[in-house]
Ligand binder design. Structure first.
Ligand code: CU
Length: 321
């Protein structure tokens, strides 16, 4: 079951724990009700099957219309009200539990939905604790994390089925979601509000880590990019700042735009292009040269670099650990 990354019938988080039993209950009740109706219908048809054509059918209908069945209707209504009532009360209680973040929260992050990727910003007590990343959210295990959701362009929706339900990310408004993972792991998320051509290719991952690993990751993300180590990387850095800095930031270099994903620690991420490609050198240089073939209409144009230019850019990007 864990092989299906968006499987919402397993839970690894506090919020999913609350909604999952309700999901199973409603599913079970629905199946049972459908079965009961099907059986009753089948029995009725079998018992009263007419053999004498239209006249007999009419006769049966008139003959049986004595009002004796009304009692059964009352009983059935009363019976069906019970599971409906249970569902109502349970839903209200579950909503009350998952809606707001718990009172005691230690961490708040900002997540912005863009066509078609996710910007993730971390903060701390000092301005120097702030950094941005993309499409990969790290959280410490067992800590409730408040996620302030924003819409960068159109309405998106933030969903990590194994951790929490859906919350919309709306331009001009701040919605609050929260995540709390029970165990370490990588949990796949997805945009679930149609937001244009590449909506289906707008995924992300939540990486839940033990506190010490998370802290190590956070400190590494705060670093600026290292200087290039050889002439090819230096040439790559020059090209990257010039060609890509219009849209991307690499902290510590002149590339400072936040139009596209922050690339400062690109190589620390498991995937690129909003969880669409594995992050390896082949996929990376393929994406840089021809993003439009992976995600047609993505807001990164094909780059038309020469062979040596692409090699240098890739060599430089690979230093962004
Ligand atoms: Cu979408």
């Amino acid at each position: 079951m864990s092989a299906a990354p968006l499987n919402f019938l397993t839970s690894a988080g506090k919020r999913a724990d609350i909604t999952l039993p309700l999901t199973w209950f409603v599913l079970a009740v629905s199946i049972i009700v459908c079965l009961i109706i099907a059986v009753l219908l089948w029995m009725a048809v079998k018992r009263r099957r007419a053999t004498g054509g239209a006249a007999e059918t009419a006769g049966i209908a008139v003959e049986r219309n004595s009002g004796a069945g009304l009692r059964w209707i009352t009983i059935a209504l009363a019976l069906s009200a019970v599971p409906l009532l249970v569902t109502l009360v349970w839903t209200m209680a579950a909503l009350a539990h998952v809606a707001g973040p718990p009172r005691r929260t230690e961490m708040t992050i900002d997540v912005t939905g863009h066509q078609w990727w996710w910007e993730v910003e971390y903060h701390g007590p000092n301005p120097s604790d702030m950094f941005a990343t993309a499409n990969e959210i790290h959280i410490p295990v067992g800590v409730p994390v408040v996620v302030r959701l924003h819409g960068g362009d159109v309405i998106h929706s933030f969903w990590v089925p194994q951790l929490a339900g859906k919350t919309d990310a709306i331009p001009g408004q701040q919605n609050i979601a929260w995540l709390e993972a029970k165990r370490p792991g990588v949990f796949r998320g997805q945009c679930t509000e149609y937001c244009g051509a590449e909506h289906a290719k707008m995924g992300f991952e939540v990486v839940a880590q033990p506190a010490a690993d998370f802290e190590r990751w956070r400190l590494a993300q705060l670093q600026t990019a290292p200087p290039p180590g050889n002439p090819q990387q230096a040439y790559g850095m020059q090209l990257t700042t010039f060609r890509c800095g219009l849209c991307h930031a690499i902290r510590g270099t002149d590339a400072g735009s936040h139009y596209g994903p922050d690339l400062t620690h690109l190589m620390s991420r498991r995937t690129i292009a909003a969880a669409m490609l594995p992050n390896n050198p082949g996929a990376l240089s393929g994406w840089v040269q021809n993003p439009q073939s992976v995600k047609p209409d993505a807001l990164m144009p094909d780059q038309h670099l020469s062979g040596p230019e692409l090699e240098a850019v890739t060599a430089y990007l690979e230093t962004l650990k």
